[in-house]
Design a protein around this ligand. Structure first.
Ligand code: BTN
Length: 275
């Protein structure tokens, strides 16, 4: 197992800002909660909170985020962007892209994105003949807002790194890990450093006025596909036609209507193979 320590993480970092203020906790409730507390106490942009295990890890839509101790990358990144609250999703896009690239760079594993913010891989591990999309990582963004201003944005990233295949069903029915997909363990300090390098480079471009939206939309496996989406208001099926700059999914249902969805869970099928 790749024992994490503050020294090893600091030695791996190549960034100037992100991760230079680093809070490493062997155990935390939720790294997002720790980062939000630090944000309200004035912690600077670029602060990163990292834990080896979370006792109250949270996912989207009030779900639990389960990760076996010492096997996953569980971190939260603090931003103080000069953006209106409606554009906070740009940071989710930016971190999802950086996480996908970091996994590909460090583990040579191709990663796609699934709306709104899952990292997925085409996985043959449970059925060699018929690969299925499986979830490798998730991103949870939370904001602090005063009036029309974003005080802070905390983006939490959870990547299943060195989780053994037989431990995956306890995480989620469709979960996978880098170890399960590649057969190789990855050093989480190196993966974190690659993630933060990708975040820092993309954030500089965002600050220069370039939205990560085009790159994000290009990496979405969802677009152009027939999908089922479960939302808090019920289930919808249709074609995922596009995403807009605020991260909403534009879904065309068979009755011809176009729905603009801001949150939900997409079920995506791989195209069937010809026999
Ligand atoms: C999801 O796919 O539902 C989002 C999962 C986000 C999990 C990460 S792990 C680090 C950070 N702390 C949390 O409690 N959640 C995020």
């Amino acid at each position: 197992m790749d024992a994490l320590s503050e020294g090893r993480i600091r030695a791996a970092l190549t960034t100037d800002i992100f991760g230079r203020e680093l809070v490493y906790l062997p155990s935390a409730g939720s790294t997002n909660d720790v980062a939000k507390d630090l944000a309200t106490q004035g912690a600077p942009e670029g602060t990163v909170v990292l834990a080896d295990v979370q006792t109250a890890g949270r996912g989207r839509m009030r779900r639990r985020w389960v990760a076996p101790p010492g096997t996953c990358l569980l971190c939260s990144i603090l931003f103080r962007p000069d953006l209106p609250p409606a554009q906070a999703h740009r940071l989710t896009m930016l971190c999802s892209l950086a996480a996908a690239d970091a996994v590909t760079q460090v583990a040579e594993l191709p990663v796609s994105l699934k709306w709104p913010n899952d990292l997925i891989v085409q996985s043959p591990i449970f059925n060699l003949q018929s690969p299925a999309w499986r979830k490798l990582a998730g991103v949870l963004t939370e904001t602090g807002v005063t009036g029309q201003r974003l005080d802070f944005v905390v983006v939490g990233v959870g990547i299943n790194v060195n989780v053994e295949p037989d431990a995956l069903p306890a995480l989620a029915p469709d979960a996978t890990s880098i170890l399960a997909e590649t057969g190789q363990e990855v050093d989480r300090a190196v993966l974190l450093a690659a993630l933060l390098a990708g975040v820092e480079a993309r954030y500089a471009r965002l600050r220069a006025g370039e939205s990560p939206w085009v790159e994000w939309a290009t990496r979405l496996a969802t677009l152009g596909q027939s999908v089922a989406v479960s939302t808090s208001e019920g289930a919808l099926a249709g074609v995922a036609e596009a995403v807009d700059e605020d991260g909403a999914l534009l879904l065309r249902t068979p009755d011809g209507l176009r729905h603009r969805l801001l949150a939900g869970d997409v079920t995506l099928a791989l195209p069937r193979r010809r026999q």
